[in-house]
Design a protein around this ligand. Structure first.
Ligand code: GLY
Length: 372
């Protein structure tokens, strides 16, 4: 990887673009310099989508003011509500309606500026707007930088189930300002770290060691270590999506911990727990199940638990946020709806050790055994 840019190539199938070009930009996020609102390259108009939280950041002031004082030319900015409750088909349709009302064409560009919710919604809207306009991202959360913005998964939640509707439609350009990470609330930062730890277990032993040995620097958002985590996770995910863009095989490994996590998010209500926190708990359950089924050693299970606990992530069978009875049955109902399942059986991503991952069908009793 060259230090400040990176290109991901997609297989030659139609998904709007064959490449995503990532630029790493240092210093205070300066979106005016990147986009020059009002000056449209190649006569393309930009439809910027962000949320209220990002729009209120101090570093966004100059960019937002271009739209307040009308010096944005033919570019348009839409500000949505923040968070998982807004990840709905209604938000997607609102984006599309505004783009139609403002006279956008499929030759124009949608730009999502925000976390995973904004990136997923904007790219989903772009993918179906007049059968597909191109999309660019400025990911502003660690989670969006290392996961959501890479590899073209778009979509929204539906009836309290995560990401049930969507398409594959990668961004042509991604502009990374790692400094956005310094603006994140603690919970959001740790949510990104949960996904980063998952990537480490799947692909990068050195990154696992970093989580083990440099936890204080990581927790304190040391600039160099945050940069390193982002670059390592981007490189790992790029390698996976280049080989398996539409998730026919190894891309599904990225769902390590996610079957448990999505069920947890559904049970407690989407948005009640951060995605990464749910994933971290789900990783613990998946590794514990691997141990119970004799796929991995006790030592491996314990070393993963130690890191999870050191970062404050729960490793209990049932996380404290889950209340009420019938917990096992509630998890099973939610897990049977998982997109990875092919028939009646639940399919889980499990591990033998770091970088030794596989997918297998498990019995309902296996799931129940690790939830008590
Ligand atoms: N977030 C998992 C994937 O992109 O496949």
């Amino acid at each position: 990887m060259k230090n400040n840019s990176f290109t991901i190539n997609y297989p030659s199938i139609f998904c709007g673009t064959e490449k995503s070009h990532i630029s790493f930009l240092s210093g205070k996020p300066d979106l005016v310099s990147v986009f020059n609102p009002g000056q449209n390259p190649e006569n393309k108009r930009r439809f910027f989508v962000t949320d209220a939280t990002v729009a209120s950041l101090d570093c966004m002031k100059d960019f937002i003011s271009k739209f307040d004082d009308d010096s944005c030319g033919k570019d348009v900015l839409m500000i949505l509500g923040s968070g998982e409750p807004y990840k709905t088909i209604d938000s997607v349709l609102r984006i599309i309606k505004k783009a139609i009302d403002e006279g956008f064409s499929r030759n124009d560009v949608f730009v999502g500026i925000g976390g995973g919710v904004i990136c997923d919604l904007t790219s989903f809207a772009a993918s179906i707007f007049k059968r597909g306009a191109s999309v660019q991202f400025v990911p502003t959360t660690l989670l969006a930088m290392i996961d959501a913005s890479i590899g073209g998964k778009t979509g929204c939640d539906f009836e309290n189930y995560k990401n049930m509707i969507g398409s594959f439609f990668p961004a042509t350009d991604l502009f990374y300002f790692p400094e956005f990470v310094q603006y994140l609330p603690e919970k959001q930062y740790f949510s990104g770290l949960g996904e980063a730890f998952k990537t480490a277990l799947l692909c990068d032993e050195e990154l696992v060691c970093l989580f083990k040995n440099e936890s204080e620097k990581i927790k304190n958002r040391d600039v160099e270590i945050v940069d390193l985590i982002i670059k390592k996770c981007v490189a790992a995910k790029a390698q996976i999506v280049e080989q398996d863009f539409t998730e026919k095989n190894i891309r599904a490994f990225l769902n390590l911990g996610h079957s448990f996590a999505h069920a947890l998010e559904t049970i407690v209500g989407l948005g009640s727990i951060t995605h990464g926190e749910a994933v971290a708990w789900g990783i613990g359950r998946a590794i514990h199940l691997s141990y119970k089924k004799d796929f991995c050693s006790e030592g491996f299970r314990n070393s993963v638990f130690e890191i999870l606990q050191n970062f404050g992530w729960e490793t209990k069978a049932v996380p404290s946020i889950v209340k009420g009875g019938g917990i096992g049955e509630r998890f099973l109902t939610a897990m049977h709806k998982d997109k990875k399942n092919i028939d009646e059986k639940i399919r889980l991503v499990l591990q033998k050790k770091i970088k030794d991952t596989f997918i297998t069908e498990v019995e309902d009793t296996d799931i129940l055994n690790v939830l008590k």
